[in-house]
Design a protein around this ligand. Structure first.
Ligand code: PMP
Length: 361
């Protein structure tokens, strides 16, 4: 009897690890491992979510019209060029399955966001990981990696897990150097947290051509990771393709109302970003003063480098002993590093205390 097997490329995918919220034997944990917003769920999102309980027998609006209009109004975008998804992960997967597949190549930077590789292999693409400079995507190397079979290029900007950011001029140079038949996906999941003035989340590049897509999420600054809501802004022909392949009800009804509520919460993004700015700097400086290498970050997390995998593992254990869960970076080929989400002031203080004590050894 022949064995039942999936396509071979699928067997090379490692199951996703992350999101743990328990440490055996520890009662009070602080989860700083998934780059979730520091302030919980926006109250307006919670209130909107709660109103929906008696309506759950109804299918959601398959076009997510009210949500797309709210996103369009907030970001100054045409709602007709927006598609929403079950997290931006879903949109990334649809884009790759629609435009990639067997016989094509997907180009990403060496430490780019992990789901590009997972979905790329799922689709059967050859995934090309391009060496970086100082843990930052290298535009010349990315362009040099493009071959005749390349159909997709992904750039998370800022990138998770490195926190690095490419300036607008570099992103524009990347787009300008690509053929028309290569779709550039700019993943701007952490856009709101960027404070450098030379940043562009990708809106203008989407509008300027026919082959650039920007993806965004409600999981980070908008505090809705649990509800799974993301969206993309894309040229009309890409929107048409995504509307053909996505599930008819891929965004659930509570997600839509919660997303609209989060967008309406007064001052939410401003407060979150000001907090993130202040504590990203304090935590980075404090860890550097303790002797840890911290990469510059434009996201709501930092990458702390302990020099060796053994030291990183020991640092992780020291954090866990105090109930602090951060992310080990084996799956990103950075076993010497830990990624730490910027939490509340108290969370950051606990991380600083624990790692300062660890370094004093
Ligand atoms: N892109 C990047 C760069 C991310 O870090 C994440 C979340 N870890 C995502 C996309 C996916 O976000 P979501 O599916 O929650 O929208």
């Amino acid at each position: 009897m022949p064995a039942l097997l999936p396509r071979p490329s699928i067997l090379s995918i490692e199951p996703y690890v992350g999101g743990e919220s328990k440490i055996p034997g520890v009662n009070r944990i602080v989860k700083l491992s998934s780059n979730e917003g520091a302030f919980g769920v926006p109250p307006a999102a919670q209130a909107a979510y709660a109103t929906l309980a008696a309506e759950l027998h109804r299918y959601p609006d398959g076009h997510a019209t009210a949500l797309r209009e709210a996103i369009g109004a907030r970001f100054g975008l045409d709602p007709a060029r927006i598609v929403c998804g079950n997290g931006s992960d879903e949109i990334i997967q649809h884009i790759i399955l629609a435009y990639g597949g067997e016989g094509t190549e997907l180009v990403m930077s060496a430490h780019g966001f992990v789901m590009y590789e997972v979905s790329g292999r799922y689709a059967g693409c050859q995934v090309i990981k391009v060496p970086e400079r100082n843990l930052t995507a290298d535009v010349d190397a990315m362009l040099a990696a493009v071959g005749p079979r390349t159909r997709l290029m992904f750039l998370a900007n800022p990138n998770n897990p490195t926190g690095s950011m490419l300036p607008a001029a570099e992103v524009a140079r990347l787009r300008a150097g690509l053929r028309e038949d290569v779709l550039l996906v700019l993943d701007s999941a952490y856009a709101e947290y960027v404070t450098r003035p030379d940043y562009d989340p990708g809106t203008a590049l989407v509008e300027a051509g026919t082959n650039t897509v920007m993806t965004r999420t409600f999981s980070k600054v908008f505090g809705l990771g649990g509800i799974r809501l993301g969206w993309c802004y894309a040229p009309p022909h890409v929107i048409d393709i995504l509307n053909r392949v996505r599930g008819p009800f891929n965004v659930n009804a509570p997600a839509m109302v919660a997303g609209i509520g989060a967008l309406a919460e007064p001052g939410w993004v401003e407060t979150s970003v000001a907090h993130n700015d202040a504590w990203r700097a304090r935590l980075s400086d404090g860890l550097r003063a303790a002797g840890i290498t911290v990469h510059p970050s434009e996201g709501n997390f930092i990458l702390a480098d302990f020099g060796t995998a053994e030291r990183a593992k020991a640092a992780d254990a020291a954090l866990k002993a105090r109930g602090l869960i951060v992310r080990m970076m084996h799956s990103y080929d950075l076993p010497q590093a830990l990624r730490i989400t910027i939490g509340t002031a108290e969370d950051c203080g606990m991380v600083l205390d624990a790692l300062t004590a660890f370094m004093r050894g």
